[in-house]
Design a protein. Structure first.
Length: 167
């Protein structure tokens, strides 16, 4: 079973606290050179989304997260609080569809509780610089052999860009 915590926009009277935005949060006090010759100091806020992937026997398990269009994925953090006890291997990949590797591939989650960051290829880093019009980011754990235990938490660190409304 794959679970994505649902993020609910705050509503007046709902008891949910927080602030929701449709576009990116841009911080800084000027976007051109000021009188002292200091250049722009605008920056985008960093966001995160997290998903939990639980074992499902010998079946590959995928969970889809949706990021705003044209986001920049700055990091993917992989935590495995319960090691996958599959016979041979259990590998995490992250892409635009199940078992895709556009963003990360070949992350061993059979080993257990260690926090990991994928080793990104040049192509994957290029894909992470702009997710384009694709909003779906799919994490998949593919076990080889019967599995009765295993849980992996995938955290996406990203920035929503000012390009988010473009196709």
């Amino acid at each position: 079973m794959a679970v994505q915590p649902q993020i609910v926009a705050p509503l007046v009277g709902s008891g949910i606290v927080g602030t929701g935005f449709a576009g990116p949060v841009v911080s800084g006090n000027h976007n051109g050179q000021n009188a002292a010759g200091v250049g722009p100091n605008l920056g985008l806020s960093t966001c995160m989304q997290q998903v939990t992937i639980n074992q499902n026997s010998t079946t590959a398990v995928s969970v889809t997260t949706y990021l705003p269009k044209h986001s920049v994925i700055t990091d993917i953090i992989v935590d495995t609080p319960t090691a996958w006890n599959s016979a041979t291997s259990a590998v995490l990949s992250v892409g635009t569809a199940a078992a895709g590797t556009q963003y990360a591939g070949s992350v061993d989650v059979k080993g257990g509780a260690a926090r990991q960051r994928p080793t990104f290829t040049t192509t994957q880093l290029g894909n992470m610089l702009d997710t384009g019009s694709n909003e779906a980011v799919v994490a998949t754990v593919t076990p080889t052999g019967a599995t009765s235990a295993g849980q992996t938490v995938v955290t996406y660190i990203y920035e929503q860009t000012v390009n988010w409304q473009n196709p």
